[in-house]
Design a protein around this ligand. Structure first.
Ligand code: GDP
Ligand code: IMO
Ligand code: MG
Length: 432
């Protein structure tokens, strides 16, 4: 079985934890998009690990971790992450495979990201300032530099020329400073020496792995609502975190995806700017943020919090063809007397059940809530039967209004604080 695990909201749903949990059932974990804007947190026995570029499967010895062509790769960020992992005893060694077709994030992409945000003023996206957008712009603009270009023995256009042209374009835009393209080129060539042993044709690697019967888990970054096509454009990231990204970002066909698991929190969060219909700016939002420790793993920014938005997750279920949900952070709702679920939006005098494409409509959307009774405690519960009846009712209602079964329920940040529902398709995937 080859399964995709991806975000069904605005990112930070707990993909890292779920990927880490499922990894023992797979021999390869493959990232298909995004870059080090992602921050995937995993707790193992009280120890915290934050993965950015490297798939969250890396914490399991023996698992091979793939960085696909759909990813934008900052070599310095990769080396720093490898260093951090090795410091805490996680050996990377030859366990990563990097696509020769992945595009590079260069120092000027980071500067251009910050520059573009300043230019946008009040309409800024609130990016992670990692250079993600500008790197994808160069890719789509057909002037990007790919990992494999660094080692191309007979390039059509010499690497030095491409670097010079790109740096000159950057110097033209940022006229108050001058970057020396020779420095950028030297850094790239030095990075290549280190990257070289890991670089391969990922599509061919995965095809061979599948022929050998090895199972692959496809790891998404960001979330459906941050997807460049299906998200709240322009307040999105610059790649496809939705399921189509698996095919384009790794070079596999749709038949290589046997199931799609959408990760969703039992409430909603968003970091960065852009509309979020269920956002709560009151004490309830504050309480969710404190209880859920809702601060960005990459930038430390406080996350905006609100009740579960079923319009969003229902939309994610459709766009991704979700087989099931992994519902995380149920424990964060512990102790609330009443819990609300947004089942539709009120926009003007209309009741809307489908997530609108027009940002103006999303910005005006008033959540239509229903209220369910709360419960005392779910934290650390590991058997479905042991959940309070109100929590089980809440999950059942979310399944109904979302249209996808909750195959996994997570009740704490640790690897073991989780319920896998054996009767669901997730149970079948894992052979339980
Ligand atoms: P990702 O980007 O989707 O991997 O999610 P992040 O790691 O950015 O954010 C999710 C946060 O929630 C992390 O700090 C996790 O440790 C934490 N987390 C995941 N699942 C649970 C859960 O069920 N309960 C609680 N309390 N925390 C969780
Ligand atoms: P994970 O994988 C949450 C948000 C940024 C900003 C927008 C664009 O941990 O879920 P970018 O730097 O990508 O150009 O920023 O997207 N964003 C995320 N929000 N989780 C993430 O990743 C995110 N990656 C980007 O805050 O609003
Ligand atoms: Mg995150």
């Amino acid at each position: 079985m080859n399964i995709a695990v991806l975000g069904a909201q605005w990112g930070d749903e707990g993909k890292g934890k779920i990927v880490d949990l499922l990894t023992p059932h797979f021999s390869i974990v493959a990232r298909y998009q995004g870059g080090h804007n992602a921050g995937h947190t995993v707790y193992v026995g009280g120890r915290k690990f934050v993965l950015r570029l490297i798939p969250s499967g890396i914490l399991h010895p023996g698992t091979v971790c793939v960085i696909g062509n759909g990813v934008v790769l900052d070599p310095q960020a990769l080396f720093a992450e490898i260093g951090q992992l090795e410091q805490v005893g996680v050996e990377v060694g030859d366990r990563i495979v990097i696509s020769n077709r992945a595009h590079l994030i260069l120092p000027y992409h980071r500067e251009l990201d910050v520059f573009a945000e300043t230019q946008r003023g009040e309409r800024k996206i609130g990016t992670t300032s990692r250079g993600i957008g500008p790197a994808y712009e160069d890719k789509i603009g057909r002037r990007g530099i790919r990992v494999g270009d660094l080692g191309d023995p007979s390039p059509v256009v010499p690497l030095a020329d491409v670097v010079r042209q790109n740096v000159e374009a950057r110097n033209h835009l940022l006229h108050d400073s001058h970057l020396d393209w020779h420095v950028v080129l030297d850094q790239l060539l030095a990075a290549w020496e280190r990257l070289r042993p890991w670089v391969r044709d990922v599509s061919a690697f995965l095809a061979e792995a599948r022929r050998d019967g090895r199972a692959v888990l496809y790891e998404g970054a960001q979330g459906t609502m941050l997807d460049i096509d299906h998200g709240t454009y322009p307040y999105v990231t610059s790649s496809n975190g939705t399921v189509g990204g698996v095919c384009t970002g790794l070079g596999v066909g749709p038949g290589a995806i046997d199931g799609v698991l959408g990760v969703a929190k039992a409430y909603t969060t968003r970091v960065g700017d852009g509309p979020m219909p269920t956002e709560l700016t009151d004490a309830v939002g504050e309480r969710l943020r404190a209880a859920g420790n809702e601060f960005g793993a990459v930038t430390g920014r406080p996350r905006r919090c609100g009740w579960y938005d079923a319009v969003v997750v229902r939309y994610a279920a459709r766009v991704n063809g979700l087989s099931a949900l992994a519902l995380t952070k149920l424990d964060v709702l512990d102790g609330f007397e009443a819990i609300r679920v947004c089942t539709a939006y009120r926009i003007g005098d209309r009741t809307v059940h489908d997530f609108p494409a027009e940002l103006g409509l999303v910005s005006r959307a008033e959540p239509v809530y229903e209220t369910l009774p709360g419960w005392a405690r779910t934290a650390g519960v590991r058997r479905y039967e042991d959940l309070p009846v109100e929590a089980r009712r809440y999950i059942a209602r979310l399944e109904e209004v979302t249209g996808a079964p909750a195959g996994i329920v997570s009740t704490g940040s640790d690897r073991d604080d989780v319920i896998v529902r054996r009767e669901s398709c997730v149970g079948a995937w894992l052979g339980k």
